[in-house]
Design a protein around this ligand. Structure first.
Ligand code: NAD
Length: 298
């Protein structure tokens, strides 16, 4: 059985994910709009394709790791029309975080062409992508999710089946709404401590062993200088951009409106990250929300 994988979208997440597939012995045909990213992937063993259409030639799996609903729809359906070029027995795995509606549309359109598609958004950040420890939240038919497990295991440590097409996306936006809330809360608490004379390293150690402990504090401290190897300690570069978090928070609000759910904290962080992005920070890592609290007023 061919182990050729087409990988489209080789950015902060897709680049290291594709490299892990190469290391696991898959043949990876990669494509990205950025020539620089394509070259960087080639240095790690990814074969460069000159277009998305060329990348899927002979592929058993097609993975996309794209920034938005518009990009996913444009690649598969409306623009490049990749669905018309994907080999019949291939499995489509969209790892981008997009709306549940887009995932359902992709699954339906794929089915109409005799193809199989699952949504498989991820959690774990750039560090998790590099270490191959991502969590995948899959939506689609159980057999299709099962047939993706070997491949996904080369990039992640946890593979969940959340439900039918689009369910992976619903799980993902619930997770990211909570992530945004505890990141903003962590930044706010750290700044309160610093403003009152505490060393942020000491305060972080205290809260990590106390009831304020959370993932942002433990793995992704937003205060510069507290942790090595996190975006806060490299001027908030790399990582997960504010504009991508804002997109996820908008998806969460859309979902809440559709189900008449009340998400006051989700609404608050949607506004906080949106404003922070508009203040010139859209391309920074989302932990830069710390700057909103550390900015001196007056
Ligand atoms: P990114 O901007 O670094 O990468 C996206 C890549 O897609 C870019 O390199 C871009 O050139 C490429 N691209 C866009 N349109 C394309 C097209 N038509 N054809 C080929 N390539 C195209 O973003 P990222 O941080 O890697 O995030 C990708 C997805 O993963 C997003 O949906 C994001 O929400 C999600 N995500 C990101 C993180 C994270 O920590 N960065 C974590 C979990 C999930």
């Amino acid at each position: 059985m061919s182990k050729t994988v087409a990988f489209i979208g080789l950015g902060n997440m897709g680049g290291p994910m594709a490299a892990n597939l190469v290391e696991a012995g898959f043949r990876v045909q990669g494509y990205d709009l950025s020539e620089d990213l394509l070259n960087a992937a080639a240095e790690r063993g990814v074969e460069k394709a000159s277009s998305a259409t060329n990348a899927v030639a002979g592929a058993r799996y097609v993975i996309t790791m794209l920034p938005s609903d518009a990009a996913v729809e444009s690649v598969y359906i409306d623009g490049t029309r990749l669905l018309a070029h994907i080999p019949e027995d291939a499995l489509i795995i969209d790892c981008s975080t997009v709306s549940s509606a887009t995932s359902k549309r992709l699954a339906t359109q794929a089915k109409q062409r005799g193809l199989r598609a699952i949504d498989a958004p991820v959690s774990g950040g750039v560090a998790g992508a590099a270490a191959g420890t991502l969590s995948f939240m899959c939506g689609g038919d159980a057999e299709d999710v099962d047939s993706a497990r070997e491949l996904l295991s080369a990039m992640g440590a946890n593979i969940f089946h959340a439900g039918a097409a689009g369910a992976g996306q619903t799980a993902k936006i619930c997770n990211n709404m909570l992530l945004a809330i505890h990141m903003a809360g962590t930044a706010e608490a750290l700044q309160l401590g610093v403003d009152n004379g505490l060393d942020p390293k000491v305060l972080s150690e205290i809260m990590l062993k106390s009831s304020g402990a959370n993932w942002s504090l433990e793995k992704y401290n937003p205060m510069p200088g507290v942790m090595e190897n996190v975006p806060a300690s490299r001027d908030y570069s790399g990582g997960f951009q504010v504009q991508l978090m804002s997109k996820d928070l908008r998806l969460a609000q859309d979902t809440a409106n559709a189900s008449n759910s009340h998400t006051p904290l989700g609404s608050l962080v949607h506004n906080l990250f949106g404003l922070h992005g508009k203040m010139g920070n859209a391309g920074l890592d989302f932990s830069s929300i710390q700057q909103l609290f550390s900015r001196k007023i007056g």
